[in-house]
Design a protein. Structure first.
Length: 299
């Protein structure tokens, strides 16, 4: 029987080898062609760099629940790659989430990224579902009580976009999630490494956090797409970065190459700082992530 590793253990093993664990993230495709591309092209290409694990997102409002589960199961079975399922509190009661969690357990899922989730499409503010969880810390604690899962949670180097109290207040809530039972943290994307290091130093030095803090990076592919993503998640774009994007304009090939070079420099700085791993937001494409990892000599 296939043994699916716990992500925390994969980071321990990577640390013993003196290298960061490389992980990759996918979203559930919306079409049959997208499915074929993911399983026949993207995943085989990314397996060449031997990632430690991957994750699959849950979709806005939990809309891809069943597909997320099936993709996680298929990746683990067909590629023998430890896969983490994202799980959000959006549009779900505790009973409904328990049903999803039970299904995940049956399918061999051992790693879950517990998230509050963004407001459903059309909603301007987050509102908890009646009979559901209000905060991701509650979902983390619930998973810990159920047992049998390695639990990840999200961190925001610049503070969550909806947190009006500032980034240090947000980091305090992150520490609450860790105390509730989270085993590791994967961050939102960022383009200024100083933001991640500031968050790490605050969490470790002031709040006593001792779980792996894994930076999440996006090798950009197109100017418009990058600005759209960062506007949605609240990630700031450094002025020199924006200037170069604007200079390259709609030349997506040039932007992609710039994205590879910029992300590689971020990785080099983070590795010098001793990060336990690097999580790549692949956008279901392989080229840029493979290029960065090979540049780093970690393939």
């Amino acid at each position: 029987m296939r043994v699916i590793s716990l992500i925390h253990d994969l980071h321990v093993a990577a640390r013993a080898k003196g290298k960061p664990a490389i992980s990759i993230e996918f979203f559930p495709p919306k079409t049959d062609e997208g499915d074929r591309n993911l399983f026949e092209k993207t995943l085989p290409a990314l397996m060449a760099i031997r990632p430690a694990y991957c994750s699959v997102t849950y979709g806005a409002g939990g809309t891809t629940r069943d597909k997320t589960l099936s993709i996680v199961e298929r990746i683990q079975n067909e590629f023998d790659l430890t896969t983490m399922m994202h799980l959000t509190c959006v549009n779900a009661t505790r009973a409904e989430l328990d049903s999803v969690i039970a299904d995940a357990r049956k399918r061999g899922v051992r790693n879950i990224l517990a998230l509050r989730g963004d407001p459903p499409v059309g909603a301007s503010e987050w509102t908890a579902t009646e009979g559901g969880f209000r905060y991701s810390a509650e979902l983390v604690a619930h998973l810990r009580a159920l047992g049998g899962f390695n639990i990840g949670t999200a961190g925001f180097p610049e503070g969550h976009i909806a947190q009006k109290g500032g980034r240090e207040v947000d980091w305090g809530h992150l520490a609450d999630k860790i105390r509730a039972g989270a085993d590791f943290v994967v961050t939102q994307l960022f383009f200024d490494t100083a933001d991640f290091l500031r968050m790490r130093d605050f969490l470790v030095g002031k709040l006593g956090v001792d779980v792996p803090l894994i930076p999440g990076l996006l090798p950009v592919l197109a100017r418009g797409q990058t600005k759209k993503f960062t506007a949605l998640c609240g990630a700031a774009l450094p002025a020199p970065f924006v200037a170069r994007l604007d200079e390259l304009g709609d030349d997506d090939a040039a932007v992609t190459q710039f994205g590879i070079e910029y992300c590689a420099r971020q990785c080099e700085e983070l590795i010098r700082e001793g990060v336990p791993g690097i999580h790549f937001y692949t956008l279901n494409r392989a080229h840029s992530t493979v290029a960065v990892v090979r540049h780093l000599g970690l393939a």
